[in-house]
Ligand binder design. Structure first.
Ligand SMILES: [Zn+2]
Length: 424
């Protein structure tokens, strides 16, 4: 496992450093920049390839315990490795929900045994994710929970959220809310607009999200608390975040790759694979999200990897489950859809998908620098990858990329002394 490796003439994209083309040597779990390439070492031609830090996903649903038919800790993390992620945070909407310290502790132990990448555990904001009383927040923090969230549900009662924000502030716990006023969403199944009218589907009105975002950030401001918001899909949501940031509120925001890659037109002829929450929106919103990612108004990307069984997605649009998987596909899809055509730079991608998510949680940000610990992905923009069910590595295949071929592939992933993936 601890073989030295020389990558010649590779484009190195490291957070906060200028992008350069150079030779890099991996030896003893650390990077070295040799003045002269050493002899007798396994050598890869890195010409045309990108070396970047391992990505980090702050938002993955791994389904264990309770729904191992759709995903497990082990399969979710293998999907992550296949997609170039070297760390993730598991959401607490399991069965039972992660709402006390004992379950945080046992999940962290399970991850240490079964996952090849570090897994952080999120706890619930409310007991049983029921939105009524606060979960054992202090106990979960003491057991190592890195954030509290009731994702995929919002905290409906603003008084409960206010108490959670005040309590979390005292403890220094990160609160992440999924912003939506469910009374406004009703039975909505997709974006409320021309496509939903044509299909005769009930719409999810943007107001449900925008009022939820404004409400949650205003509450955090009034409590002097830090808040991380998710479930952002409209131009107006971006403007709300921008305004509160300009007022100095400690709010951070994430967006999902599929919101940057697809519009509501993708639903086409009732394609349930595109049924997600928040829903895919029209092109103007997609453009606003992309601009917000470039500017940093949206701080980071997160997959919201949401595995569902075939049975849960293969039914009529109204009753199919919300969500798509994303761990194995996010990086190649973002490359093909946005980076290759010049809409997003590698530097911004690395900042938003490797550096910012770790900073949010207080984790070390990996660098590719002389003496730095190895935590990196080699990406080949010319290679083709076909996302067969096996290539996805997840137990669930609810992704629009299933059996699709994308240009640009994760070809090698390493963490410390271990090569996690080697397709070279
Ligand atoms: Zn989620």
């Amino acid at each position: 496992m601890d073989e030295a490796l020389l990558i010649r003439n590779v484009m190195v994209v490291s957070p906060g450093a200028p992008t350069v083309q150079r030779d890099v040597l991996m030896e003893g779990g650390r990077w070295h920049f040799p003045a002269l390439p050493p002899a007798g070492v396994r050598t890869i031609d890195g010409t045309g390839k990108i070396l970047l830090p391992g990505l980090y996903d702050v938002h993955a649903h791994l389904r264990e315990p309770g729904r191992e038919d759709s995903e497990t800790m082990a399969t979710g993390c293998e999907a992550a490795v296949a997609g170039g992620f070297t760390g993730l945070t598991a959401m607490p909407d399991t069965y039972p929900p992660v709402d006390h310290g004992g379950l945080v502790h046992s999940l962290r132990e399970m991850a240490a045994r079964r996952a090849r990448i570090p897994v952080e555990v999120a706890g619930c904001i409310t007991r049983g994710r029921l939105g009524q009383e606060l979960a054992e927040i202090g106990e979960m923090q003491a057991s190592g929970a890195v954030m509290i969230t009731d994702d995929p549900d919002p905290v409906a009662n603003p008084q409960v959220l206010r108490r959670a924000l005040q309590y979390a502030r005292g403890l220094g716990v990160l609160v992440a809310t999924t912003c939506e006023v469910r009374e406004l969403s009703g039975a909505g199944a997709m974006h409320d607009g021309a496509v939903s009218y044509r299909l005769g589907l009930p719409g999810l009105h943007p107001c449900a999200e925008e009022i939820g975002i404004a409400r949650d950030i205003r509450l955090a401001q009034s409590c002097g608390s830090r808040l991380h918001v998710r479930g952002i899909s409209t131009a107006r949501s971006v403007e709300i975040i921008r305004r509160y940031k300009s007022e100095g509120v400690a709010v951070t925001a994430e967006v999902y790759p599929h919101q940057l890659l697809f519009t509501d037109a993708a639903v086409g002829d009732y394609a349930t694979v595109f049924k997600v929450r928040p829903p895919l929106r029209p092109e103007a919103d997609r453009q606003a999200l992309l601009q917000a990612v470039r500017e940093g108004v949206i701080d980071m990307l997160a997959t919201d990897h949401t595995p569902h069984t075939w049975y849960e997605k293969t039914r009529d649009f109204g009753s199919a489950a919300f969500g798509m998987t994303g761990l194995a596909t996010a990086l190649p899809a973002l490359h093909e859809g946005l980076i290759a055509p010049g809409h997003l730079s590698w530097e911004v991608l690395v900042e938003r998908f490797a550096a910012a998510p770790r900073r949010l949680l207080g984790l070390a940000v990996p660098e590719i620098a002389e003496g730095a610990a190895v935590n990196a992905v080699l990406f080949d923009p010319q290679a083709l990858v076909t996302f067969s069910a096996a290539a996805l590595r997840s137990r669930s295949h609810n992704t629009p990329f299933l059996d699709r071929t994308v240009r640009g592939a994760v070809v090698w992933v390493a963490l410390g002394r271990e090569i996690l993936l080697d397709r070279l």
